[in-house]
Design a protein around this ligand. Structure first.
Ligand SMILES: NC(=O)C1=CN([C@@H]2O[C@H](COP(=O)(O)OP(=O)(O)OC[C@H]3O[C@@H](n4cnc5c(N)ncnc54)[C@H](O)[C@@H]3O)[C@@H](O)[C@H]2O)C=CC1
Ligand SMILES: O=C(O)CCC(=O)C(=O)O
Length: 450
């Protein structure tokens, strides 16, 4: 970056912040991308002529709607929901739905923005979007969740379609919720089409989609290590979360000989020095996917430590995989990771690392696998689910897994081809941002002023 690039970045961010006040997560996500691509913008007249930066940071469309549903005590409840259709330059809008009490427009804009470049990196024809609601699934009965999903789809169905916008799961939206959502879509439209991904295997879902984000993140870590002549076998990892991404990251780490020492939820983390392996991992899956219980139950059952209201980043290990939520690694956590000589941090969650923490990790020589690249396996297999739905066929688990591995390897190569070494490690963040950005920007230039 030249001095002028820094000035241009500063000026651009001031304008973006003015146009989008009180949206700190969105600002953070945009800053991270624009910082990487500023030299490319400086050197590419066509991007400047086409006002690419201004256009690519403005969502195509935001849909806001009320969701009215009835709880088990016959009270009428009201939630707010959104679909942020960020950019469809390279394919139909694609991205998950999040149900969490913290969901707001800021969160969904940052996620939709990131999704645009992540989807571009997969090499599949998918635009970027994100949606969700401030509905809090915690403590709700199955019937309440069903009624909420049906009510949400009653409005959402107007805005989606297999060639328009194809939502999927994210925090608080898994197989159960996608089943309810798809059922309501089918009932209202009288058509069976691939308008959602992450569906159940008996109704159009893809083998391997549930596992894809976690497995993909570990495949990405494997690529990072292989590139420098190392491997996962005999190593240790700290993982946060115990949801969809975390569980299957832990599963793949074990398969590759790497022991996971921690898992967490919003109540704290468990530390199992013998590793979350075998039947202990089966127990954790059952606890979280079926019983929807709290993480301390793992510690109670297996006699290991539970740390209430804490995150696992001070536990010593070779690798860190944040797989819970945004901004879960702060400056003090990054300092602990550097002090413990963590070799690589791979983001399973979206934007789990704060901007300040990122600087400390980079200066500390920790190889950083950014979310856009590292957790793209989930949406990549969603893309494969779309292909299977369109062809009306179902690939085997082995076929899907092979394609997932190829896609993660290809993303790693794209990152290498668009980056350089910083503080002795490959700058995967810059590589991912530039590679993801270029494809979308080229399409936008081709379309002219629209
Ligand atoms: N499900 C998917 O295919 C993909 C998910 N992601 C990202 O991965 C992350 C996790 O998503 P999933 O595993 O799908 O969700 P999930 O709902 O299955 O699990 C989320 C986990 O994070 C924990 N968590 C949530 N909010 C938290 C908070 N404020 N503090 C501490 N812990 C918290 C929950 O307790 C749970 O263990 C999110 O950042 C999501 O955007 C990224 C790519 C694809
Ligand atoms: O599978 C999808 O369409 C979206 C997954 C997702 O929400 C993400 O990559 O963050």
């Amino acid at each position: 970056m030249t001095k002028k690039d820094f000035c241009d970045l500063d000026r651009f961010m001031k304008g973006l912040t003015r146009r989008n006040p009180a949206e700190p997560n969105f600002h953070q996500a945009v800053h991270e991308v624009v910082e990487s691509v500023m030299p490319l913008i400086r050197d590419t007249q066509a991007y400047r002529d086409a006002s690419i930066l201004e256009r690519i940071t403005e969502p195509d469309r935001i849909i806001t709607f009320r969701v009215t549903w009835m709880d088990d005590k016959n009270n009428i409840r009201v939630n707010r929901a959104w679909r942020v259709q960020f950019n469809n330059s390279i394919g139909p809008y694609k991205g998950g739905l999040r149900f969490h009490k913290s969901v707001d427009l800021d969160t969904l804009k940052f996620l939709g923005f990131e999704q645009t470049f992540k989807n571009s990196l997969t090499g599949l024809p998918m635009g970027g979007a994100k949606g969700g609601s401030n509905f809090n699934p915690k403590g709700k009965s199955d019937n309440e969740v069903m009624r909420f999903c049906h009510a949400m789809m009653t409005e959402l169905q107007r805005h989606i379609g297999e060639d328009t916008d194809v939502p999927a799961g994210d925090i608080g939206v898994g197989g159960r919720e996608l089943g309810y959502l798809f059922g309501q879509y089918k009932r209202l439209n009288n058509r069976f089409a691939g308008v959602l991904t992450g569906k159940g295997l008996s109704f159009g879902g893809s083998a391997g989609r549930k596992e894809a984000t976690g497995h993909g993140a570990v495949y990405f870590l494997k690529e990072i290590l292989e590139y420098r002549g190392e491997g996962l076998d005999g190593k240790t990892a700290i993982v946060s979360g115990s949801g969809n991404v975390a569980l299957y990251a832990i599963e793949k780490l074990e398969e590759m000989g790497c022991k996971t020492l921690t898992a967490s939820d919003s109540s704290g983390f468990v530390y199992d020095p013998d590793g979350i392996t075998g039947e202990k991992l089966d127990y954790l899956k059952e606890l979280k996917e079926i019983r929807r219980g709290r993480i301390h139950e793992y510690a109670d059952k297996f006699g290991c430590e539970f740390h209430a209201d804490m995150r696992p980043w001070a536990v010593k290990a070779d690798f860190a995989l944040p797989c819970a939520t945004q901004n879960e690694i702060e400056v003090a956590d990054a300092r602990a990771l550097v002090a413990n000589k963590v070799q690589a941090l791979v983001e399973g969650a979206n934007m789990p690392t704060t901007a300040g923490a990122l600087c400390i990790l980079q200066e500390g020589g920790v190889t950083f696998g950014p979310a856009k690249a590292a957790n793209a396996g989930g949406v990549a297999v969603s893309g494969l689910e779309q292909s299977q739905n369109a062809l009306r066929i179902a690939w085997t688990r082995e076929e899907v897994d092979k394609r997932l591995q190829d896609i993660m390897r290809d993303i790693h190569t794209k990152c290498l081809n668009h980056s350089q070494e910083v503080h002795g490690t490959v700058d995967y963040l810059k590589g991912a941002n530039i590679a993801g950005f270029k494809k979308v920007a080229e399409a936008m230039v081709a379309y002219g002023a629209i």
